[in-house]
Write a protein that binds this ligand. Structure first.
Ligand code: HEM
Length: 405
């Protein structure tokens, strides 16, 4: 692997002035260094109130311990009113009370039981061979290209093919789904692509209602809670939730590749010792923290550290900050594929722990090992750009050149 930069990570002073309001500016996340702001907040204001602005007022939590505690207390911190910051003029998320991400216990557990079987270690192990085939097909398709956009051509395609197969999307429709999802969920949300995606799933649901198959859409359609079938709206919104969540997979895979390009010694280390694959995947998850934040709404008055949170207040858990908390991680700004322990929160924790965690880990492990087996040299082939978002992080484009062994 050839490096994009060999620069040592600078040691920054904690008392450097930072502009806190910029934390909600997507430009900071795309072009600046949000970690500088989070580092300051962890030390000076770990529970910080942001006033009303484009976004409704909210509390920021930046320390690991606080983020973990809120994730683990769904009775006090509800997901029902939204789990991502969104501008006040867009109102509440339409999936509130209906999708996995946006329901609270006990309904959340019942809904999760409808789909969980598709994402267990056993189910994912069963899928591993077809994942390997998908990876090989994807690499074969791009390997002769002079420049490959690793985000779209490799990571995005892989994430979409896998979730498409699980949901019951026909193989010849994977590319279509891939295109619409890119357009629908990317930072500049495209309404047209979103509608196409919804129409596609309505069509798939209609076909599965007549003739159920062994797939996730059929499982949702046949799923019951307290003896009642899910409504068609619930099925559709959950399909959208699950497909949309795979964006995180794409960003984490591609963010991992960007990290390896910046630190080629770590890629070489992995190539020399494949037993490091599991810890490397965990470090990529921690390092990239592609789900930048999760949000909750307090259901009752409570106190976090010395701050009084009122019922109805929004509380934002900055996962990316928690994963660099120096009280928990040794040299947190160092990318170390052998890091142990590594109890990062990149996939959340508790009630809403990422449904696709096993799948995400397996696809990264398989992709990295296939790249190490087949590709002799991975080189940067142009400037990379990061996504403009406060909800997800990672490369928007990552041009690379691949040379076969
Ligand atoms: C590396 C990639 C991924 C990351 C970093 C990630 C991150 C997360 C996080 C932080 C949460 C918790 C959100 C919260 O508590 O509010 C979550 C939940 C979820 N994730 Fe992932 N995710 C990834 C991949 C995937 C994939 C591939 C799928 C596809 C099935 C998926 C589906 C979901 C779903 C459906 C939930 C909601 C679960 C629930 O509320 O019970 N994720 N994910």
């Amino acid at each position: 692997m050839r490096s994009t930069s060999h620069a040592a990570e600078p040691t920054r002073l904690l008392d450097e002035p930072v502009c806190l309001h910029r934390l909600t500016d997507p430009v900071l996340h795309a072009e600046g260094d949000p970690h500088r702001v989070w580092r300051w907040m962890r030390h000076h204001a770990p529970v910080l109130r942001h006033p009303d602005g484009d976004l409704p007022a909210f509390w920021s939590l930046t320390r690991y311990e606080d983020v973990r505690a809120v994730y683990r207390d769904p009775e006090t911190f509800s997901s029902r009113r939204g789990v991502l910051l969104r501008p006040a003029h867009r109102g509440e998320d339409p999936g509130g009370g209906m999708t996995l991400a946006l329901t609270d216990p006990p309904r959340h557990r019942q809904l999760r039981a409808v789909v969980a079987g598709w994402f267990t270690t056993r189910s994912v192990r069963w899928l591993e061979e077809s994942m390997r085939d998908s990876v090989r097909a994807i690499l074969a398709r791009v390997v002769d290209e002079p420049v490959v956009d690793f985000v779209q051509d490799v990571a995005g395609r892989l994430s979409m093919y896998l979730i498409g197969s699980i949901m019951g999307v026909a193989e010849h429709d994977h590319e279509k789904l891939f295109r619409w999802t890119n357009e629908a969920f990317e930072a500049g949300v495209s309404l047209a692509a979103h509608q196409e995606l919804m129409h596609y799933f309505i069509g798939l649901m209609e076909r599965r209602l007549v003739e159920p198959a062994d797939d996730l859409v059929s499982a949702l359609l046949g799923g019951t809670i307290d003896g009642a079938l899910l409504t068609e709206e619930e099925v559709l919104l959950n399909c959208e939730n699950i497909v949309g969540a795979t964006e995180n997979g794409r960003l984490a895979i591609a963010g991992g590749m960007a990290a390896f390009l910046a630190r080629p010694d770590q890629w070489e280390r992995l190539g020399a010792d494949r037993s490091l694959l599991p810890t490397a995947v965990e470090e990529v998850l921690r390092w990239t923290s592609s789900a930048t934040h999760s949000m909750r709404t307090a259901t009752r008055d409570c106190v976090i550290r010395d701050q009084r949170i009122a019922a109805g207040d929004r509380v934002v858990l900055w996962v990316a900050s928690a994963n660099r908390d120096e009280d928990v991680f040794v040299s947190p700004d160092h990318f170390d594929i052998g890091r142990t322990p590594n109890r990062h929160l990149a996939l959340g924790i508790g009630e809403h722990f990422c449904l696709g965690a096993t799948l995400a880990r397996a696809q990264m492990r398989i992709l990295y090992s296939e790249l190490l087996d087949r590709i002799r040299l991975i080189e940067p082939a142009g400037p990379a750009h990061r996504v403009r978002s406060i909800a997800v992080a990672g490369p928007e484009t990552l041009p690379i050149r691949l040379t076969l062994r």
